[in-house]
Design a protein around this ligand. Sequence first.
Ligand code: ADP
Ligand code: ZN
Ligand code: ZN
Length: 817
Amino acid sequence: MNHFIDVIIPVPLKKLFTYSITASEANFLKAGMRVAVPFGKSKIYTGIVFKVHNDPPVAYEAKDIQQILDDSPVVNEKQLRLWQWIANYYMCTMGDVMRAALPSAFILESETVVLKNNTKEIDESILKDDEFLVYEALHHQSSLKIHDISNILDKKHVLPVIKRLIEKEAISVEEEVYEKYKPKLVRYAKLHSSFSSETALQKLLEDLSRAPKQRQVVMTLFSVSATTKKPVKVSDLAAESGASTAIIKSLIDKEILEEYYIQTDRIQYSGDENEATKNLNEYQEIALKEIRESFNKHSVTLLHGVTSSGKTEVYVKLIEDALAHGKQVLYLLPEIALTAQLITRLQNYFGEQVAVFHSKYSSHERVEVWNQVLNNTTKAKIVLGARSSIFLPFNNLGLIIVDEEHEQSFKQFDPAPRYHARDTAVVLANMHEGKILLGSATPSLESYFNAKQNKYGFVEITKRFNDVLMPDIELVDIKEKLKKKRMKGHFSDRLIEEMTETLGEGHQIILFQNRRGFSPIVECNTCGNSPQCPNCDVSLTYHQYRNQLRCHYCGYNSAMIKDCMACGSAELDNKGFGTEQIEEEVKLLFPEHKVARMDLDTTRGKYGYEKIITALEQQEIDILVGTQMLTKGLDFRNVKLVGIMNADNMLNFPDFRAHERSFQLMLQVSGRAGRTEERGKVLIQTYNPYHNILQQVSTNNYIDMYNEQMNDRYNYKYPPVYKQIKITLKHKDYNRVDTASLWLAKSLAQVFKEHVLGPESPPISRIRNQFHKNILVKIPKQQSLSKTKEAIIKINNSFSAVKDFRSVKIILNVDNF
Ligand code: ADP
Ligand code: ZN
Ligand code: ZN
């Protein structure tokens, strides 16, 4: 009998590839293990075994695999089923899903990983036979690529042997990819045991009196570890004592200090373990009871709780429930809301059981969490993570919490898989027969609609914790203010008044402006020309700090121009405004106060965001100017005033969700004001204070907003009433994409009739030199989604068969948010 495996490889091909394996490999291999496979003429890919079977492929001769990379699966069966669901639902390939799902360290290119002999002499007698074979081979060749070893050893032994050789320090690898097998060693030091007595220590300090720096190291070590007798991290010791690591090294050489290497987890635990969870107030208690009851009927339940109602503490109780049943918990939240504030809060309750999965962490840190989840260790019973943590290999998931469930960032736009983490999490929870709680102060229309249809359970908390009042929201008409000359730059007299009062009381202020940079448009006063991005169909944004013009779509930048590029006039004007400009104006208005800015430009790097948050918490900042980054679940005690600089550009954004989003954004930012005893104040500056959304925001009227927006969605056949699939075509030649999109829209209309809209050029019709066209297919609830997709795929296939269209890129976006 012949043996085969179907393998998922990270390429955008529709079908899985079949490879041939030996009988012994068939015994060994399981779905979810990695294999290195040849592909095309010369490529080698890391693939995931999807299925082991006996059916040869029909259309081609199966090649042999090159080597087996695991001795047990790294992806479990439930995950593979989830991958399949995602590929199906979001119309992408399994390879696309694999690329998003696996930490990049798992996808290794066995061609490029080079093994080397360790320079250190080792005792060869500790090597087993198979290990010795590889070790020997390296002696003769000084370096080997991993796949060369497949000729020496049986494929399934290669990786385990390499792993053992690395552990025995017999060989090393050039690629950091293999870090996964290398425990991370951290250097520690402690006082040598010969100085453990008081007198010996006294003598030592005397001896060192003429080497003050060395003496300082010993003193520091003594002060930090005398009571615990624990070794201290060398890097910490250096930082504390102000001595260089070279000085510490010299103390080690003199045998005054002893050196240790301790294997540590990369993710440091920082909380005070096992603080008791809080007693809930009556509203939280009722909500908790209702959620538990709701879970008996609905695996999905929506918790609509106003900002600062104490939702997190309710989640904590549910987490306790799940842990008591020995289950794993996934706590999903938008990337940016994954703050130290929240992590510490959970670690205080649950200690080391909390793991964090974050895209700003290195690939190795992510592999570590991955393995903990895979092995269901106590260390990652609760995973706190952003979007991609739905891909972790849970095997016993009892509860998923999706906090800030309305957040747009749960949807991945580019590249494929274009999945929505909240909706995928619902599927994931069902696979585990677990429960899922969606929480928000401003639920998405989708979730609220599902709750109203009784598809989801529904629970509310309408009061803030501790009877703190909802903030007082005031609309300021800037058109009036301009007329009466009561504006200073972008600040109305009302805003300045409130700011002055707030600062006088020693409280802090947050100012929200949803654009970064200094001014979005630089315009010539003579001819009206404004500098455009050479690659995209947008105006460049002026960034004053670097005196640059930048494109926010492709990253293009150039030095600021002095004269108009069209007519040479020197009269350039800044139109519109961004966070930089607001920051500058505030500094002029309140020169004696500390002002900071939080946007994409000031928060790069792993801790960029955290630093600003901490500074605000520590009250080192009086006024913080920022973009939507400010809205996310932060809890600041002392912020009393929130100013929204301009509500209109959000409301006028060309998207059917613009009004819903503006409502959510404004209420979320408002929620940052007055979270303690004193009532917070919010000022919203606008040209149109009578806009319905602004009225609904100022009265915190979610229901009115919901009903009005749903009315529009019914009338114009938008989600959640209709489902929709957006098809984007891209090409560098405008005529080609134009013809192609007309052809495609016409073919689709033959099947879907009036439910096809477009082709249309999007508001920004060229990005990175590619022209875009959009076609929208609307799908009534009663129409089968899978049949619709089949029809679209069929039409796409005939599209691709047209020679002229072959180079046109097609992007499918299901439930495009
Ligand atoms: P939400 O997530 O609904 O915005 P939080 O859970 O952050 O609200 O709670 C708001 C504030 O109230 C936090 O500072 C939190 O520590 C506090 N809090 C909430 N519930 C309790 C409780 N049961 N006991 C003590 N403090 C609480
Ligand atoms: Zn000009
Ligand atoms: Zn650009």
